[in-house]
Design a protein around this ligand. Structure first.
Ligand code: BGC
Length: 726
């Protein structure tokens, strides 16, 4: 069994300092006193409102789309905040806003909150800024997380997260629903690309980098360029058995703790302020009703101090979808008593009404309401929102600065993962005649994926024209006269194949760009991991043309391409590399950048052979023959590296001891390059169990965890350890 990886020798980038003076964060005890004092002044209605989050659509007149401008509805906004005391808003109504519009929206919201309410409690606005401030039109966008993981560069991740935080805050928004810390171990899942891949260690490293980049090394989120991060989706959302989004996962406790929990623990240790709940169920228990995970593990074991927000509509789904609650109101009681502090309702005030009734009848005790509201207010104080909830317009000047764009380009380059390079076919010479073809060759959207300007990321007209597609970047690199373009196929059908083959024959090389159209969440569900038949037909036809083929994969999950692998001269995995991805692909194809990315996932050979690299011996034995195309960690270079002098400073180590490993790595080839050294440990023989314990472990009797089989509510439990508890 292979387990865990260590990394050494990461090239560390010089971090750009984006630090902007902000409010000094109040001392913790001062915040606690303020929270306590405020709670005493609040009515039950005001408290329940703080726990309610609605989407901007609920307070808007018109959507913002490719063709229409978003407009708030002042009457609805005032009703939400003054009548229902709503404490939080989120999202866009369909499409990204300009900075100027964000400033207007946030200002109008905070005007109502601070001028038209009794206690002037500011609203906390939350947004999904998954790869840069992707709901702000002017923002710097980055490669999606799966590509960031391929860089193995935590310094770069931290820097990208810092730029994201800056640009989110420059939009007037203090809260980002990222990072996604689910383990990407189910390649069918349409959110695989939002994860850092299949390895727990790598995900944990990225988790810390992301949280510190977003919140700052000291987690002073009152700084004007920082935001509160939101680790999500806690826990185990990422491995639905069926591969379909928001369907059940079955994860034994042991695996949950060994593989899934550590990244969340790292984020908690890094000081993350908020967490979002897994939208579905694990082992038959919807996580929104799971007191064990949301309170016992998260609070009591991990020591998380921030607040818990539900995912979209998921409190109500305990009733409407999961059928574990007999009514909408029971669903609210279950979720709140399990540990949900804020409900992303998100379209109406049903949660507010239900919780109010439940509190009035005593079914949800006041201590639990105070606990939840206290946690929310605490984060609002920590963010400095009580001092100033308004956008700082002066930050706008540095949004999408040249340095930020360079960081995105660097990340896209470092992500590029060379999977195959027969006889060093790449890099291409710049005097070659090139055919560029395929459905991902000349679109901007496909380089970015979902969560880009719109939820599904498919509004091509919203993409800035100055960002180059792969075709445009190749043309810019070698000159238009050397490049021919044929669409070849779209995702579903071939387009003039004969003409494309003819164009290939007239060229020295065919660069065939295949992969996936944009998608996000449930609309991205697939029934088959194989790449679409039309794209396969195109690739195979060009491979038969006699002209060498380079496959460029632009995709968020590893679509099976096996029939086209053998005859391809080279294969480059570009993932979802972001707006600079076209340039990064061209840089690598023509040798202006030496690829060094490594797969953060195992690339399957066939659609029913889905395993991760940390397999058990039985999975690769003679009968089972697990045989993926490329394992996690695979990635070629244009140069060669020699590894020598591996030394371990001890032959034996005890439980808490450190083993130092050193080696010499030499670039023994002809081109400068960056190599990330990965160290894999194999547990060749299971050591260390006294005989009795081993028997226990093998028979599946894990230590008592205290989990109630139904994940049920424990309403009598009172958490008196909270500073504001009476
Ligand atoms: C997603 C979350 C996201 C939320 C708010 C949900 O559908 O699962 O990841 O943060 O919407 O947009």
């Amino acid at each position: 069994m292979q387990k865990r990886i260590w990394m050494m020798g990461l090239t560390s980038l010089v971090l750009l300092t984006l630090s902007v003076a902000g409010f000094a964060q109040m001392a913790e005890n001062e915040i606690d006193q303020k929270v306590s004092a405020l709670l005493k002044k609040m009515t039950l209605e005001e408290k329940v409102g703080q726990m309610t989050q609605v989407t901007i659509q609920a307070v808007s007149k018109t959507r913002g789309s490719e063709n229409s401008k978003h407009e708030l509805d002042q009457a609805k906004l005032e009703e939400a905040i003054t009548k229902y005391h709503v404490g939080s808003l989120l999202n866009v109504y369909d499409a990204a806003h300009s900075l100027a519009h964000w400033h207007e929206v946030i200002t109008r919201i905070q005007d109502v909150a601070t001028q038209k309410t009794r206690l002037k409690i500011p609203v906390i606005y939350g947004i999904d800024a998954i790869h840069g401030a992707n709901y702000t039109r002017e923002a710097t966008l980055f490669p999606q997380s799966i590509a960031m993981a391929a860089t193995r560069n935590t310094g770069l991740m931290k820097q990208a997260a810092a730029i994201t935080a800056y640009e989110v805050r420059a939009s007037g928004i203090p809260w980002n629903f990222n990072p996604v810390l689910g383990m990407g171990r189910q390649p069918l899942w349409p959110r695989l690309w939002e994860t850092f891949g299949e390895d727990t260690y790598l995900t944990s490293e990225m988790a810390e980098a992301y949280v510190k980049g977003s919140e700052g090394d000291d987690n002073n989120v009152a700084a004007k360029d920082k935001v509160a991060a939101c680790m999500k989706h806690y826990l185990g959302y990422s491995v639905p058995l069926s591969g379909k989004d928001r369907t059940p996962a079955w994860i034994p406790e042991r695996m949950l703790r060994d593989i899934f929990l550590p990244p969340f623990k790292r984020a908690v240790d890094a000081g993350v302020h908020t967490v979002m709940v897994n939208s579905t169920e694990i082992n038959g228990i919807p996580t929104h009703s799971d007191h064990y995970l949301l309170t016992e593990v998260l609070r009591n074991e991990l020591g998380f101090k921030g607040f818990v927000v539900s995912d979209w509509e998921d409190v109500n789904r305990l009733y409407s979808r999961d059928k574990v609650a007999a009514s909408r109101q029971e669903a609210v009681k279950m979720a709140v008593m399990a540990g949900v502090d804020m409900s992303m309702v998100p379209y109406d005030f049903s949660f507010y009404n239900d919780l109010l009734d439940l509190a009035n009848s005593g079914e949800v005790p006041m201590w639990r309401i105070d606990e939840a509201v206290g946690r929310i207010l605490r984060v609002k104080y920590q963010l400095g929102l009580f001092e100033n909830p308004y956008p700082d317009k002066s930050l706008a000047a540095n949004v999408s600065s040249e340095a930020s764009v360079q960081t995105s380009l660097q990340a896209a380059r470092e992500a590029m993962t060379l999977l195959k390079n027969r006889d060093n076919f790449l890099p291409l010479r710049k005097d070659m005649k090139v055919l560029v073809t395929g459905p991902t060759a000349n679109l901007r959207s496909v380089l970015n994926g979902g969560w880009t300007y719109t939820w599904q990321g498919n509004a091509e007209s919203l993409y800035p024209k100055e960002k180059l597609t792969i075709l445009e970047a190749v043309q810019a690199k070698v000159g238009k006269s050397q490049v021919t373009y044929q669409p070849g196929a779209d995702f579903d059908k071939v387009l003039d194949l004969a003409k494309t083959v003819e164009a290939a024959r007239a060229a020295d090389v065919a660069v065939v760009c295949i992969g996936e159209a944009t998608y996000c969440e449930t609309p991205g569900n697939i029934h088959d991991l194989n790449i679409s038949p039309a794209q396969m037909e195109l690739a195979l036809a060009l491979e038969k043309s006699g002209t060498p083929v380079v496959l460029v994969l632009v995709e968020g999950r590893p679509r099976v391409i096996t029939p086209a692998v053998e005859d391809a001269s080279a294969i480059l995995m570009a993932y979802l590399p972001g707006p600079e991805g076209g340039r990064a692909v061209a840089d690598v194809l023509f040798g202006d950048y030496n690829p060094g990315g490594k797969l953060p996932i195992t690339y399957p050979r066939s659609s029913n052979d889905l395993v991760c690299y940390d397999y058990k011996p039985v999975e690769i034995d003679d009968s089972n023959k697990m045989n993926p195309l490329w394992l996690f960690g695979h990635g070629l270079s244009y140069t060669t590296y020699t590894y020598q002098n591996l030394k371990l400073d001890k032959k034996k180590i005890g439980e808490d001891e450190t083993l130092n490993v050193s080696l010499t790595v030499t670039n023994s080839g002809k081109m400068a390059g960056k190599e990330v050294v990965e160290l894999y440990l194999s547990d060749l023989v299971r050591f260390g169990f006294p005989a009795g314990a081993a028997v226990e472990a093998f028979s599946g009797n894990l230590p008592e965890t205290g989990r109630k089989p139904d994940g049920a509510v424990h309403s009598e439990q009172r958490r008196s350890d909270l500073p504001w508890a009476e």
